[in-house]
Design a protein around this ligand. Structure first.
Ligand SMILES: Nc1ncnc2c1ncn2[C@@H]1O[C@H](COP(=O)(O)OP(=O)(O)OP(=O)(O)O)[C@@H](O)[C@H]1O
Length: 318
């Protein structure tokens, strides 16, 4: 079978922010500026119809990657390349974490979903636009009559369904989902995740799914990349990563997931905090929190290296 080119290919991408206090712009030369390396040398690819999840604690650079993918940030190094869509250029949309602030409260839901259809001229007549809006509402588990209501009339889970309908209204084939269920009640999270999985199968969608919560991504992902302080420290097929995590940070992250089969087992809370990306530790950024760290880890930064299980890991201690 010919090897299909990935739908998304990210190669050695870096995104740094100048976080010098404003007055430094005038009085201090460039070399003394403070630079925050939010993403620093990240590479991954996503095949068509698959899900890559990016996980890690707050501040690791996950949202910055999401913004790089949809063009809200420009990489200062490296490249983000998309393959072709089914009919013309690939359309990429983002689903945001907060379904309360991402929908215009003054617009009826029907208009929110119709807007991209009209702007992109995807339907010719008003009646066709209305029919498409009704179809999209049903696709996400709402009813066509919901088109006449305003966002405030809906729960958080329903609003996230509306956001998904709006994204699909563009005929997007690639969705970047930044913590799409983190603002929702736990009982509603599973419903929205199931909807996203069903839509993926039905429409052949490709996802980059961002979360700080490994248990959320477990059943969503084909592949998982674990980020720490702007870099990927481990990347593998989801089943492999959950069954046999290799990087000490991945192991710690997995240890924080509640085990439904052994709810009374002692869990180890993640000790310590992610260091500041403005002044990261020398060597492996995880070394101050790592029980396996030795001299080399405090001096050199480990590269992501492929292993026999098809995964990649960046650790000197393995
Ligand atoms: N526009 C910006 N200007 C300056 N610093 C930024 C900017 N955007 C992000 N950062 C910093 O970059 C680092 C990575 O942020 P990012 O939001 O990508 O992390 P994250 O893993 O998504 O965390 P969270 O889950 O809290 O959103 C953080 O230290 C953050 O403060």
């Amino acid at each position: 079978m010919p090897h299909e080119a990935p739908l998304l290919e990210v190669d050695d991408v870096a995104c740094w922010f100048d976080v010098s206090p404003p007055f430094l712009n005038r009085v201090i030369e460039g070399k003394q500026r403070k630079v925050l390396k939010a993403v620093d040398g990240v590479s991954f690819s996503v095949p068509r119809g698959k899900t890559l999840s990016i996980v890690g604690e707050s501040g690791c650079g996950k949202s910055t990657i999401a913004r790089l993918l949809v063009g809200m940030h420009k990489p200062m190094r490296g490249s983000v390349r998309f393959g072709a869509g089914a009919s013309g250029p690939l359309r990429v949309q983002m689903i945001f974490q907060d379904p309360y602030s991402s929908l215009n409260p003054r617009w009826r839901v029907g208009d929110i979903i119709a807007e991209p259809i009209r702007t992109l001229r995807l339907r010719a007549t008003l009646a066709e636009v209305d029919a498409r809006v009704a179809e999209l509402l049903q696709l996400v588990g709402l009813s066509p009559g919901d088109a006449d209501r305003y966002p405030h009339a809906f729960s958080g889970g329903q609003r996230q369904r509306i956001s998904i309908a709006r994204a699909l209204a563009t005929e997007a084939e690639f969705l970047v989902c930044d913590e799409p269920t983190s603002a929702l009640d736990v009982s509603v999270q599973a419903q929205v995740l199931n909807l996203m999985r069903d839509l993926q199968k039905e429409l052949g969608l490709t996802y980059v799914f961002i979360s700080h919560n490994l248990s959320v991504v477990r059943h969503m992902s084909d592949r998982v990349a674990v980020m720490y302080l702007g870099r990927i420290v481990e990347e593998a097929d989801a089943d492999t990563l959950f069954a046999n995590p290799r990087h000490p940070y991945t192991k710690l992250l997995l240890d924080t997931i509640p085990d439904l089969e052994a709810p009374n087992r002692d869990r180890h809370p993640l000790a310590g905090e992610v260091p500041s990306p403005i002044d990261p530790p020398r060597g492996c950024a995880f070394n101050p929190r790592c029980s396996l760290a030795f001299d080399q880890c405090r001096r050199e930064q480990p590269e992501l290296i492929g292993g026999e299980n098809g995964g990649n890991v960046a650790c000197f201690a393995l």
